[in-house]
Design a protein around this ligand. Structure first.
Ligand code: ADP
Length: 294
């Protein structure tokens, strides 16, 4: 099954055009949607999750018209939003049972089996009787995944899931997502490049409401390989360097500023860099931003 997004556009009432003619085809597995804050990721996720209307365009999941048949889409959708509130005084087990009955699983024995299975899957079975208010950030996110998985969804959307998680929690969350991604469409929306590098076999970069790159992460890296160069400079020389080169990123390393530039030929005084997905991301984003500011 595929999710197909065609010519999707959305302008909010304040005049912000959050989505501009977005076209994407997303198959099974983990799909990374990467973009800076304000790029339009949540607008796109909320539209696919049937929570807001688009102005024009279409979204189909297999043969299902997502924008028209909202009720049918919700039956096969699992959604973990950016802001995931929990009822603090309810136990994980009770809450999942409640959500399962809201999702239409009427038989209480059946619900019990599903809830126990999910708690084990997300490694929360040992705290199933604990109130959600006592959970750490990582535990809440895993609980969020458990609720999103009720009813065996065909499409799972997770919006900025690892913000605020410590490295160990993030790792556990990544493993869980990869497992799920084996037989479902999972869209992972994030501004963290590393999340996509570690998890996704397909991805898109979105900036200012537009898709500016799409493909397999390794293939995208291969496209910029041999075109990224680095140099340590004084911070005070940054503006002058920017005037001369296409600086795509700057990073402070042991008190010195390391810059990466994009160029077809090796610029004098620069060293070659083994490009990675961050270089792809920053070269695409800076290229797009330049076009806008000119
Ligand atoms: P992202 O998830 O990539 O951070 P969003 O989709 O949240 O991006 O936002 C895209 C743009 O739309 C931003 O400029 C944001 O300020 C604007 N925006 C988002 N939601 C609304 C809204 N409900 N009303 C008006 N503007 C909005």
């Amino acid at each position: 099954m595929e999710l197909t997004i065609q010519n999707l556009s959305k302008t909010y009432s304040n005049g912000v055009q959050a989505l501009k003619d977005v076209n994407l085809t997303i198959g099974q597995g983990m799909f990374g949607l990467l973009g800076p804050n304000g790029a339009g990721k949540s607008s796109l996720m909320r539209t696919i999750a049937t929570l807001q209307e688009a102005d024009s365009g279409s979204v189909t999941l297999g043969s299902l018209n997502v924008l028209r048949n909202k009720t049918d889409v919700r039956k096969v959708l699992g959604y973990l939003p950016q802001e995931f509130g929990v009822y603090p005084r309810v136990t994980a087990e009770t809450m999942l049972d409640h959500i399962a009955s809201l999702k239409g699983i009427a038989n209480s024995r059946e619900r019990q089996v599903i809830v126990q299975g999910l708690l084990e899957k997300v490694n929360l079975a040992h705290v199933r009787k604990k109130n959600l208010g006592t959970f750490s950030g990582g535990m809440k996110q895993r609980f969020g995944i458990a609720q999103a998985l009720i009813g065996n969804p065909k499409l799972i959307i997770v919006d900025e899931p690892t913000a605020g998680l410590d490295p160990a929690e993030r790792n556990r969350f990544h493993n869980l997502l990869s497992e799920i991604g084996e037989n479902t469409i999972v869209i992972l929306s994030t501004h963290i490049v590393e999340d996509v590098t570690n998890l996704c076999s397909d991805m898109a970069i979105i900036c200012l409401g537009e898709v500016i790159a799409q493909g397999n992460p390794n293939a995208l890296v291969a496209e910029v390989q041999g075109k990224i160069w680095k140099k340590f400079i004084e911070k005070t020389d940054l503006e002058a360097t920017r005037a001369e080169h296409r600086v795509i990123s700057t990073q402070l390393k042991s008190g010195k500023t390391q810059i990466h530039v994009y160029a077809d030929e090796q610029p004098t005084g620069f060293e070659a860099v083994e490009a990675d997905l961050e270089d792809v991301y920053f070269s695409k984003i800076t290229e797009r931003m330049d076009v806008v500011t000119v």
